[in-house]
Structure formats: structure tokens, C-alpha cells
Write a protein that binds this ligand. Structure first.
Ligand code: URA
Length: 240
């Protein structure tokens, strides 16, 4: 796909339309190694670009795995509070990279972000049953009865949660690993609350085929590998 050079640079977050037009006219921009002074130049997507000698990442499609730390909102933007987008270079927001679904402000762990609106939508569609695995620390020890209640499907105030797998992890019984197929608002916390437990910390380990990379500390991110993207895309295409 081709795009006017000035529009391309604006989309990549280089500056406003008038700022980038000025840069182009001044000869500060090269396309495939050649200075281009025409703001209307028809530029190929993913062309090699430099601005004032610095190479620019010209990809308009990005898929990011983020280790979300506690304390940030999962939102594309917010007027008052910091969001997960603050952890990425501004160009990511400029090209429309957005979180897929939502983790609560105090939840940590795997968050996927993508510029691909169709993929985003498909991964969240209830019919796709994309599993999510969470580690939860609760206030009192979990029991076999809780495992059975999760397996049965819990009745919450506004919906019936589908059956979910709960495992009690070794230790004092207050750590559980839960696999859910849905992603309703505060779902995991509400499921534990329905069996009389309060979630003290919640951490997401996996989202569908995607697993949080151990090498990422809270706040760190990386782009998906080709294999991860292929697996996720094929998962998004399955189901209803
Ligand atoms: N369920 C919750 O209750 N909170 C989250 O952040 C994710 C799932």
C-alpha cells in the first residue's frame, strides 16, 4: 500500500502535518536512502525512512506482549491516570496499537496489544473461547468444594460464569491457578468472591496460545515472534 509521505510521517507520530511538511521540504527526510522534498510523494508502506539522519521504524502493524505492572489502567488513553500505553514509545499509540481486552488496574501479567482491529475483535469474541490463565492469591485457603464450584460454573449477579478449571497450588492453599474462557468485567475476582474468597493479587500467565515471557519484568514489553503471531491468528480464526 502507498501513502503520501507527509501523512505517513504524521501516522508514525513524527509530528503534526505542518511540522512534517516543513521537515520534508527542508530535505530532512529520506526514503530508501534518497532525500525526498515533496510532501505528497507516494511512499510505499514499510519503506526505509530516516528523519534528520535517524532511522524510523516505518511498520504500521505491530503486535506487543506487555508484562503489565500493577497501578496502570488498561486503556488507550485516560485524562487523569497513567495507562499501559505510557510504557510504549508514542509511535505505537499514533499507529493505533491498542490493548486486547482489559486487566484491572491492580492486576499484573500478560497483556496483548495490537494495531490489528480485526484480530483484537476476534480474540475477544465469546464464541472463540480463548482461554486465559490467572494466578490468584486469596485471603483464606481454597478447598475441594471451590474446585467443584468452579467446575460446575458459578452463578454471579448478572451472568452465569462458564465452568472453569481451578487448581490449588502447593503451599498454604491460598494460591490458585484458574483457567477461564470468558473475559467479563472483574470476572475472576467475582468468581472467587462467589465462593467467599477475596483476591489479594491477580496475575495473568496466558492469553490463548500466548504465554507471558519470563524474561519480561513488570513494565517491560516486546513484539510477538512470528510463531506467536501465527498461533494466535489461527486461534482467532477458529470458532464462531
Ligand atoms: N478478572 C478480574 O477480576 N480481573 C482482571 O483483571 C482480569 C480478570
Amino acid at each position: 500500500m502507498n501513502m503520501r509521505l507527509d501523512r505517513y510521517l504524521v501516522t508514525l507520530g513524527v509530528g503534526s502535518r505542518s511540522q512534517v511538511q516543513k521537515m520534508i521540504r527542508q530535505g530532512a527526510v529520506t526514503v530508501e536512502g534518497t532525500p525526498v522534498r515533496d510532501p505528497g510523494f507516494s511512499c510505499r508502506e514499510n519503506a526505509s525512512l530516516t528523519v534528520s539522519g535517524a532511522a524510523l521504524d516505518s511498520r504500521l502493524t505491530r503486535h506487543v506482549m506487555l508484562h503489565k505492572p500493577a497501578g496502570l489502567l488498561t486503556a488507550a488513553r485516560d485524562k487523569k491516570q497513567p495507562t499501559v500505553m505510557d510504557l510504549l514509545p508514542p509511535a505505537y499509540a499514533a499507529i493505533g496499537c491498542m490493548p486486547v481486552g482489559r486487566l484491572d488496574k491492580d492486576t499484573t501479567g500478560l497483556l496483548l496489544l495490537t494495531t490489528d482491529g480485526e484480530l483484537n475483535h476476534r480474540l475477544l469474541a465469546p464464541a472463540r473461547h480463548v482461554d486465559k490463565v490467572y494466578l490468584a492469591k486469596v485471603d483464606v485457603p481454597l478447598t475441594e468444594a471451590d474446585i467443584a464450584a468452579f467446575a460446575q460454573g458459578l452463578h454471579l449477579s448478572d451472568f452465569d460464569a462458564q465452568p472453569a478449571l481451578l487448581e490449588i497450588l502447593p503451599g498454604d492453599g491460598t494460591m490458585g491457578r484458574v483457567t477461564v474462557h470468558e473475559g467479563k468485567f472483574h470476572q475472576v475476582k467475582r468468581m472467587f468472591s462467589a465462593v467467599g474468597k477475596e483476591v489479594l493479587t491477580l496475575h495473568r500467565e496466558t492469553f490463548g496460545s500466548l504465554q507471558l515471557d519470563d524474561a519480561l519484568s513488570p513494565g517491560q514489553w516486546r513484539e510477538l515472534t512470528e510463531e506467536e503471531l501465527t498461533a494466535l491468528t489461527s486461534q482467532a480464526q477458529m470458532g464462531g
